[in-house]
Write a protein that binds this ligand. Structure first.
Ligand SMILES: [Cu+2]
Length: 283
């Protein structure tokens, strides 16, 4: 029994040593940026802790038994034909653990899948029928387009139909969004399968050519969140990073206007150049 206590103590000590590592996002998914990411992380932790308890009990019993019933020179090994109550016991216990995990998962799923309302101080919202929507229907839509090897973001409710419309502001690699606002992402790819993933802002969603997929986040505070294309999409896959810059609403409004103006003036310049080249007969 002494040995069992030692093993149990050692296992608990290891768990405690690992606990700070777990909270530093080493063992558990990143969270803190958006409610869905937080729910994913807490669901993961619940299952991780249940598994840790099972691990300690099973491994503790194993190490204890290996030590206690180790081979001895004189004695013969006992011939054991099973223990029915014990076997029924651990089968039922395992089934009950699975039922508990299922129940907890189904309780948590809606808060991971369904976007909540934006906070009261958000404007620039629109409604749409075919995308996932918060209860009041108001959200900021950003279309995410994957291509080898960069993400493009178009801003505005109509981006789903006209994402390459020059009149819509767009940006590459870094998405800018206002805080406390429910942002619904409409995800597509124009070449191969990519996968949108900014861990602190929620789960991973594939960008599949010919299909439209959706996800959402609601940034809880300002800051810069990093992500990485999570589907091997070609030679430069490792360089296909993503950034989401969360700013106060007023700053977002200013940025959107500047971005739109910069795109318009660049388009004007290209238009003039094209006209000039056409006039000179070079085009
Ligand atoms: Cu990719």
């Amino acid at each position: 029994m002494m040995a069992f206590a030692v093993v149990l103590g050692a296992s608990l000590a290891i768990s405690l040593v690992l606990a700070p590592v777990a909270s530093a996002n080493f063992l558990v998914p990143k969270s803190g940026g958006s409610p869905n990411a937080n729910q994913i992380s807490s669901l993961y932790k619940i299952i991780l802790y249940m598994a840790a308890v099972v691990f300690v009990i099973v491994e503790g019993a194993l190490v204890y038994s290996v030590y206690k019933y180790r081979a001895k020179k004189v004695k013969h090994a006992a011939q054991i034909h099973g223990n029915t109550p014990l076997e029924v016991g651990w089968t039922v216990a395992a089934a009950l653990i699975l039922v508990a995990i299922t129940v907890v998962t189904f309780i948590k799923l809606p808060s991971i899948i369904n976007p909540p309302d934006s906070s009261a101080n958000s404007s620039f919202l629109s409604a749409s029928l075919n995308e996932p929507s918060p209860p009041n229907g108001k959200k900021l839509t950003v279309c995410v387009t994957g291509r080898q090897f960069i993400w493009m973001y178009s801003y505005g409710a109509t981006c789903n139909k006209h994402r390459f419309d020059a009149k819509l502001p767009y940006s590459y690699q870094q998405m800018v969004v206002p805080e406390h606002t429910t942002v619904v992402l409409v995800i597509q790819s124009i070449d191969v399968i990519h996968s949108w993933w900014v861990p602190s802002l929620g789960g991973k969603v594939d960008a599949v050519p010919g299909y439209t997929t959706y996800t959402w986040f609601k940034a809880l505070h300002t800051g810069l969140f990093h992500g990485q294309c999570a589907q091997l999409c070609g030679r430069q896959h490792a360089f296909m990073t993503a950034q989401v810059k969360v700013v106060p609403p007023a700053q977002y409004r200013t940025w959107l206007k500047q971005q739109g103006d910069a795109i318009n003036s660049a388009n004007d310049q290209v238009g003039k150049l094209r006209q000039q080249l056409t006039n000179e007969g070079q085009l």
